[in-house]
Design a protein around this ligand. Sequence first.
Ligand SMILES: Cc1ncc(COP(=O)(O)O)c(C=O)c1O
Length: 391
Amino acid sequence: MADGIINKNIDVLKPSVSIEVAAKAKKLQEEGREILPLTLGEPNFDTPRPVVYCAIRELLNGNTHYAVGRGIPELRERIAKKLRKENGIKWSAGQVIVTPGAKYAIYLAIRTLINEGDEAIIPCPCWVSYSSLVTASGGVPVELELDFEDNYSISEEKLESVCTPRTKLLILNSPNNPTGHILTREEIDIIRRFVLKHDLYIVSDEIYEKIVFDGRKNISPGAFVDIAERVVTVNGFSKFAAMTGWRVGYLTAPPQISDKIYMLFQHTITCIPGFTMKAACVAFDCVEEAEEMRQAFENRRNRAEKILAGCSAISFNRSEGAFYMWLRIRFKNMNSLDLSDYLLENTGVIGVPGEAYGPGGKQCIRFSLAVDEDILEEGLRRVVLALGGHL
Ligand SMILES: Cc1ncc(COP(=O)(O)O)c(C=O)c1O
C-alpha cells in the first residue's frame, strides 16, 4: 500500500500476541489435536445469575435506548461510593465515566493526556495493550524492564533511568498482569515522589484489584492527596464479576481531566448500553459469588505451586494477585517463543510466551489460573515432565 494512506501511529500497530496465541490454540483444537489451553485472560465462571436476570428484565422493560453518556447516575453513585470506601479516592459520581471495558477507559485516559511525542513509562513485564495505546495516541512508549529477582519491584533508580524532559505519563498496573505483583506501600511512595518531582501523570489500571491472595489489599495511588490531581484510576467488572463480554469498565479522575476525557468519550462512544449498566449495579451486590471466584483462583495458585515445585528448570515469584502463573523457565537456552512451541509440540499445553509482555519476559511463560482445575493440573504436570522435572 502507498505510504501515507494510513495514519502513521496506527500503521505501526501489531496484533496482540495473546489473542494470536489463543487463536492458534483454537485452530489446533479444531484440527483434532488435544490441546490444553492455559492462555485465557478471563474467569472461567459464568456471570452471577442475579446480574444476568437483571439485564434480561431491563431488556424486556425496554431499556434499549441511549443512556446517560457518562453512565446512569445509579451506577456512577455506586462506583463513587465504592472508590471512596474501599480505595480512599475522593472524586464524586460526577467525575466517574462508565466505559466499554477498562481497556477503552485506558485508551481514553492516554489519548487525553498524551501529546504527539510525549513519553509514557510502562514498567514491564506488562499487559500487552499499553504500548500500543500510547503509540496510537501519538506518544512514545518507554518500556522499563523490571527484574524477576526483585519480584518486579519499582525503584527510584529504575524510574529515573528512563525519565526525560518528554516524559508525561506513568502507567501502573496492580495487581499486575502477567507477574501477579502488587505494588507495595514503599513502591507507591517512590512513585509519588517521582511524579511530583517530574510533574507527571499516572494511569492506574486496577482491574484485578479484587483478585488478591494471602489477605493482601491493593493500594490505589489516587487515594494520596499529594498526587490525587494527577491520577486517572481505571477499574471494571470484567475480572472480579466474570463479566468480560459485557464490556463495562470505568474511570475516575479530577474534574479538569475527567471533563476532557468525557469530550472524547462523547464523540466516540456516546454511552454504553443502559441494561448492562443496570446489571453492573447488581454485580456490586454479588459479594459472595465474587469471593468464591477469588478463593478458587487462590486455591488453584496453591495447587499449581505444589506441582511446579518439582521442576528445577522452573522458577517463579509467588503470585500475589490477578490469575496467572508467571514462570521463568531455563531450558536448553530457549527463549519464550521457542519454549512455548516446544511445550505445545511435546505436551499440547499452550501458554503465552513472555516476550508478549515486553522486556523482562524473554525466558518466561504465562499460564492462566482461569481454567478448569483438571485441565490446569494436568497441563502443569505435563509441563513439569517435559522440562525434566518430577511429580
Ligand atoms: C491488566 C489489564 N487491564 C485491562 C484489561 C481489559 O479489561 P476489560 O475487559 O475491562 O476491557 C485486561 C484484560 O485482560 C487486563 O489484563
